[in-house]
Design a protein around this ligand. Structure first.
Ligand code: NDP
Ligand code: PYC
Length: 338
């Protein structure tokens, strides 16, 4: 991005802008803080589809009544290794933060634990949550359905959400974390292409007639495609099941039906698993976990990179130098303060 096409902001300015916009549109103070933290994290790590751009989506969801602005998450200790948090129709971030200490304590006590978030509005990347769990030395898996925008492999009509899955493995510095949509790309990425008037590659979406397209708007109106053909399709189905009906929550098709064209963010559940290496290995856990470093070395020593390497480099840059937001997006964000 050229300097003349963008606005320079410090991370503090990104945080203030996020808080101001969310507060102005009626979000309760504790949610403002939790949501702003993930927006800043997304922008800081140069995840453009889940940084300040998401403020437009949050405001649209607040305006359309698609989220309960002052929801109070209720933590339910349902079983020795299970915790549920009813987000009450609020954004997922606060529900996650309220349930996290219980999940960590249960994983430590039992070796493994699962947290189900219910009735939450999820517009965010999963890696901030995964990093928050791995920070406690726990291996983590998280996934959530979204809205039915994605056709199954071999089909042409949306059934699945963009259904992200994220995994985290604790390391001495900077966990091994991957986090991606099971669609070829996140919907937010296609929306950014539409905003910038850029074509999308073949393989991301089909138009309303089921034909491959490079037109971002046509793919948004038609159907997105899964990554890796039948493999992404099967993973996406798994996420529908284990973060939907298994925890008593919505599928992506049910979420978009509830939305009824309002354009709000998806509502439904999220499943987060946490595994304590000491559960299997006791006092030997540290030495076995250390062996993972050889695996990572074998990847990076041949010039391949680890997932999150780009993000961690972006993070270091942004902390030192701040971030750059495209002018057009910045102008749209300023209008939300009028
Ligand atoms: P990408 O296809 O860009 O994949 C992202 C993941 O792959 C990151 O972990 C990334 O690491 C890693 N990666 C990318 N390129 C390489 C490479 N060459 N070598 C090794 N690792 C690599 O992202 P998506 O568009 O699929 O998803 C983007 C975000 O959207 C995710 O954070 C996801 O959670 C979010 N999302 C949220 C949804 C929701 O319902 N809440 C729905 C769909 C998506 P790095 O970051 O370091 O590049
Ligand atoms: O980019 O696909 C996406 C997405 C859906 C919900 C949040 N992000």
């Amino acid at each position: 991005m050229n300097d003349h096409e963008s606005v320079a902001l410090s991370l503090d300015e990104v945080a203030s802008l996020s808080r101001a916009i969310l507060s102005k549109h009626g979000l309760a103070a504790d949610h403002v803080e939790a949501v702003a933290r993930t927006i800043v994290a997304g922008e800081r790590d140069e995840c453009a589809s889940h940084g300040v751009y998401r403020l437009l989506v949050c405001v649209n969801t607040l305006r359309s009544g698609g989220v309960v602005a002052d929801a109070v998450p209720v933590v339910d200790d349902v079983a020795p290794a299970l915790v549920r948090v009813d987000a009450g129709g609020g954004f997922a971030q606060l529900a996650f933060e309220r349930g996290l200490p219980v999940l960590v304590e249960k994983a430590r006590r039992n070796g493994i634990a699962a947290m189900g978030l219910n009735h939450c509005v999820h517009f965010a990347a999963l890696w901030p949550e995964v990093e928050a769990v791995t920070a406690h030395g726990l291996v983590t898996l998280a996934c959530t359905p979204s809205h039915a925008w994605v056709a199954p492999a071999g089909g042409t009509r949306p059934v699945f959400g963009t259904n992200p899955i994220a995994f985290g493995w604790p390391r001495p510095e900077g966990s091994f974390v991957f986090d991606f949509a099971t669609s070829a790309v996140a919907r937010g990425e296609i929306e950014l292409h539409r905003r910038a008037g850029k074509p999308i590659p073949y393989g991301w979406g089909l138009d309303a007639d089921g034909q491959p397209t490079t037109d971002a708007a046509a793919a948004l109106a038609g159907a997105m495609l899964t990554f890796g053909g039948h493999k992404g399709s099967a993973l996406s189905a798994m996420i529908e099941l284990i973060a939907g009906p298994l925890i008593g929550d919505l599928t992506s098709a049910e979420s978009i039906a509830l939305d009824a064209g309002a354009g709000s963010s998806p509502i439904g559940g999220e499943l987060i698993l946490a595994i304590d290496p000491a559960g299997f290995l006791g006092a030997e856990a540290a030495s076995h976990i250390a062996r993972a470093e050889a695996l990572f070395d074998n990847i990076t020593s041949q010039g391949a990179r680890l997932p999150s390497e780009r993000r961690f480099a972006a993070r270091a840059r942004s902390i030192a130098d701040g971030v750059r937001v495209p002018h057009a997006l910045y102008a749209d964000l300023q209008r939300l303060l009028d």
